[in-house]
Write a protein that binds this ligand. Structure first.
Ligand SMILES: Nc1nc2c(ncn2[C@@H]2O[C@H](COP(=O)(O)OP(=O)(O)O)[C@@H](O)[C@H]2O)c(=O)[nH]1
Ligand SMILES: [Mg+2]
Length: 248
C-alpha cells in the first residue's frame, strides 16, 4: 500500500492516466503504479475515462473499492486524450503531476528516475520528459514518429527527442498556465518553454502493447500533427510576457 500516514494531508504527487477502451490494462498497470509509488510519500492515482465502451469504467469503479488512493473521473462526452489529461490535472490535489499512458507501454518503474531528475532541476515550468530510446512499436509507427519528431523539433526548437512519450513530470500549476487545445499533449515541451521553462529528457523503457488496440493511425496523426504544429508556431510568436512591478 502507498504510504498514507495522514490521509487528510493533500498528496504531494498525483499520477494522471488517460484511458479509452483499456479494460484489460487497468488492473496490471495500477498494481505497477502502486509498487512504483511505494516510499515516495503521500500520493494519489487519477484515471480519466473518456467514454470507453469495453467495461473500463466499471473495472475502475470496482478497483476503487479496494484501492483508497485511486480516483476515477469520467467524461460525459468523448473529448480526447489531451482533454482527459487536463481533466485529471485539474482535479488533482498533488502539487506534482506524473502522467503516463494507460495501455502499459510506459513502465511505472521509471517514475522514481523521473522524480530524481525533477529534484535535480526543480524550478518553475520545468518539465521532465520520458524519451523512449528503444521504442517497441511497429516499424511504420517508429519511422513516422521519428520524422514527425525531427520536423517538430526543428520548427519549434523544443530540443526534445520524444514529445509523444506519455511519461512526464511537472508542476500542476505550471500545466494549468498553458494554453489548452485538443492534441496539446504532443506539444507540452514547446508550451512549457514558451512560458520560460526548461525541458529535461530522460531515457525510459518502452514496452510493446500487450492488450487492447492503439487509438491512433499513422495518417490521422500526421494530418492533425501538421495543423497543430502551425498553431503552436503561432502561439510561440504571439507570446506575451510582461515583467510587472507593483508600485508601493
Ligand atoms: N481519455 C482518453 N484517452 C485516450 C484517448 N485516445 C487514447 N487514449 C489513451 O492514451 C494513451 C495512449 O494511447 P495509445 O492508443 O496507446 O497511443 P499510441 O501508444 O501512440 O499508439 C492510452 O492510455 C490510451 O488509452 C482518448 O480519446 N481519450
Ligand atoms: Mg500506446
Amino acid at each position: 500500500m502507498v504510504d498514507q500516514t495522514e490521509p487528510t494531508i493533500p498528496p504531494e504527487i498525483s499520477v494522471v492516466v488517460p484511458v479509452h477502451n483499456e479494460v484489460d490494462n487497468i488492473e496490471p498497470l495500477i498494481k505497477e503504479i502502486l509498487a512504483a509509488l511505494q516510499g515516495l510519500g503521500a500520493s494519489e492515482i487519477l484515471y480519466v475515462d473518456d467514454c470507453s465502451r469495453d467495461g473500463t469504467p466499471e473495472k475502475l469503479v470496482n478497483l476503487k473499492r479496494q484501492i483508497d488512493v485511486l480516483r476515477v473521473l469520467t467524461h460525459q462526452k468523448q473529448s480526447g486524450q489531451s482533454a482527459a489529461i487536463r481533466s485529471g490535472i485539474k482535479a488533482a490535489r498533488g502539487t506534482l503531476i506524473i502522467t503516463l499512458d494507460g495501455d502499459g507501454q510506459n513502465d511505472p518503474a521509471d517514475i522514481p528516475k523521473l522524480l530524481n531528475a525533477y529534484r535535480d532541476h526543480a524550478r518553475a515550468n520545468v518539465m521532465i520528459c520520458g524519451h523512449r530510446a528503444r521504442r517497441q512499436d511497429s516499424l511504420t509507427k517508429k519511422v513516422s514518429s521519428k520524422i514527425a519528431n525531427g520536423i517538430r523539433a526543428r520548427l519549434l526548437g523544443d530540443s526534445t527527442p520524444d514529445t509523444g512519450c506519455g511519461l512526464k513530470v511537472f508542476r500542476r500549476d505550471d500545466f494549468l498556465d498553458l494554453p489548452s487545445f485538443d492534441h496539446m499533449h504532443r506539444f507540452l515541451p514547446a508550451l512549457m518553454l514558451r512560458n520560460g521553462g526548461e525541458v529535461v529528457s530522460v531515457e525510459v523503457s518502452h514496452r510493446p502493447r500487450e492488450r487492447g488496440k492503439s487509438k491512433y493511425g499513422t495518417f490521422d496523426r500526421l494530418w492533425v500533427g501538421i495543423t497543430d504544429l502551425v498553431g503552436v508556431m503561432w502561439l510561440k510568436r504571439r507570446k506575451i510576457d510582461p515583467k510587472v512591478d507593483e508600485n508601493k
